[in-house]
Write a protein that binds this ligand. Sequence first.
Ligand code: PEP
Length: 260
Amino acid sequence: MASSLRKPLIAGNWKMHLTLAESVALAKAVKDGSANAPGEVAVFAPFTALSVVAEVLKGSPVRLGAQDLHWETHGAYTGEVSANQIKDVGCQMTLIAHSERRRLFHETDENVNKKLKAAFAAGLVPVLCVGETLEEREAQRTFKVLQTQLEEGLKGFAPAALAPLVIAYEPVWAIGTGKTATPDQAQEAHLFIRKTCARLYGEAWASGLRILYGGSVTPENVDTLMAQPDVDGALVGGASLKVPGFIRIIQFQLPAGAKR
Ligand code: PEP
């Protein structure tokens, strides 16, 4: 269901791309291109670029996020970065459980749950990524997979603690493949996610929960995706690295008669 409580959010995931100079240039372009955008805007930069991008975005409404975090606050965890460190460098947000982390780096739902707790404890807004593989979709297991990822990832929270959470539905078969989910497929999955969240933590929270779609979002398909009543934004990979395309995505336009 559409809700005016849910401010749209368009977020760019830069993954393992860009030098410092390229990151600064892209952040400046995103900042300038976000003026009068219909929703909020965020960029998830590589750890190495967070400091310089934070400087560029200082004082602007564009939010900055990291792409992952470790659940411990500090300690002997070589190569890891904690929620407090992410906050300290100037981030307001963090991705958790991107499908590349789940698939390539063996992210488990148990660790996802710990990372969510760490993000909330540090005052970061987590974007929890969920989504099925092509094999799972073809075996009619999409809803089962989403249900498990949500039930396990969101286990054991006080409902009030979850207030800032954002969820990104990212079907693995659509990420970086050029195969976007149809608006109907996205809407069906988003509605299922919202209903599952309502069952787990109540209708009041779920009706205000922002659910982003991710998977080959482009300037050409963003408007029809955003017109779906339960699509509250987009998590954009490849297309977020290109200006002016990403600016067009940020400045999405709802078709006449759209339900949201
Ligand atoms: C992503 O990495 O979160 C993503 C959605 O990538 P792409 O837009 O390139 O499919």
